[in-house]
Ligand binder design. Structure first.
Ligand code: SF4
Ligand code: SF4
Length: 340
């Protein structure tokens, strides 16, 4: 059975933007929500995503544009003034462009651990609805993924969507692969819908969030010819921590034999070594730790370590800053001890 769809405030479209990183399933989630709207809710809809240059770890934006069945959608432009933004990793809230264009009466849903209320939320409109869900914890406990949790939250929070229709679309997506996976996703979806926290009184802005972009400081036209980039491992934000999908490698110095195997497989050269001399005066190198600014959480170091000195641990707020060993101390000092 279908029902008449209402687009709030007489707008042409109802628009949702997912802000994520490769590996968290934002594209698949967008596809599920859009297919639920089109195939099960008698709406018109379109869905598309934009990716960075790497599959895992780079910025992914996924766009869902919905309209009543009698309203054609003739644009595939990125969504600049969304009704809803879903943020798959709370670290992305450190960058104002994540919230770009959110309507004054819009909804922000973000994945964050209990107590994780990023200061970036103050850039939101006073009238926006803000919802936190611990997508990583739920996904881990249900052997699912964050995307199932977050579309559960979305389907429950947004009256334009119908929760059961989105759940049915989720089930249909995974049932053909494995009943066990489908059931795990259904549990994650249901908990995502029900186990949320409404964050109040964070937004300070009157009106919509202004539209903004996250362009790099330098492009090919503006970079100095033959110049030096003083930000090694740089990205648009010079911070790879959002690339880690909730897990981080942690070094146990007592178990490490300094064999260097982890360093050979690390694609981002983020392991930090120091040089010493042994009692015979021979040079030796010692692994001091990891510079998490450049670590994208691929876990190759963990898989390679033969002594279990490197293990995968859940990344709780502040843990990476606490355990970080800076690769470039001069840059860290210039940035006041924080990410350079
Ligand atoms: S592979 Fe393991 S034991 Fe070898 S240097 Fe790395 S952390 Fe230490
Ligand atoms: S998880 Fe390990 S191998 Fe991967 S980027 Fe981080 S330190 Fe390097």
């Amino acid at each position: 059975m279908t029902r008449e769809v209402s687009i709030p405030n007489g707008a042409e479209f109802f628009e949702i933007r997912f802000e994520s990183i490769g590996g968290l399933g934002a594209h698949v989630a967008g596809k599920i929500v859009a297919s639920a709207a089109v195939l099960r809710m008698n709406m018109n809809g379109s869905h598309f995503s934009s990716y960075g240059s790497e599959k895992k770890g780079s910025v992914v934006r996924s766009f869902i544009r919905l309209a009543p069945a009698d309203k054609a959608i003739r644009t595939s432009a990125p969504i600049e003034e969304p009704d809803v933004i879903v943020v798959f990793h709370s670290g992305l809230l450190a960058h104002p462009a994540t919230l770009s264009g959110l309507k004054a009466n819009g909804t922000l849903i973000y994945a964050g651990h209990e107590g994780d209320v990023p200061v970036g939320l103050s850039l939101l409109p006073k009238t926006a609805k803000v919802i936190r869900v611990d997508a990583q914890k739920i996904a881990f406990e249900e052997s699912s993924r964050e995307n199932a949790v977050l579309i559960g939250t979305l389907a429950e929070a947004v009256p334009t969507l119908r929760r059961q229709a989105v759940l049915d679309a989720l089930t249909a997506t995974f049932a053909s692969k494995s009943k066990k996976i489908a059931m795990a996703n259904e549990r994650a979806f249901t908990r995502g819908a029900d186990e949320v926290e409404i964050i109040k009184n964070m937004g300070k802005l009157d009106g919509n969030v202004p539209t903004m972009s996250s362009n790099p400081v330098w492009g090919y036209r503006t970079a100095p010819i033959g110049g030096v980039l003083p930000t090694p491992g740089n990205t648009a934000h010079n911070d790879l921590h959002t690339s880690r999908t909730g897990w981080m490698p942690v070094l146990d110095r007592d178990k490490c034999i300094d064999c260097g195997m982890c360093d050979m497989v690390c694609p981002d050269l983020c392991l930090v070594w120091s040089t010493h001399t042994d009692e015979d005066g021979k040079p030796l190198v010692k692994l001091d730790g990891i510079d998490y600014q450049y670590c994208k959480g691929c876990m190759r170091c963990v898989e390679t370590c033969s002594t279990s000195a490197m293990t995968r641990e859940a990344e709780l707020p502040g843990k990476a800053d606490e355990l970080r060993v800076p690769l470039f101390t001069e840059l860290t000092a210039a940035a006041g001890g924080k990410h350079a």
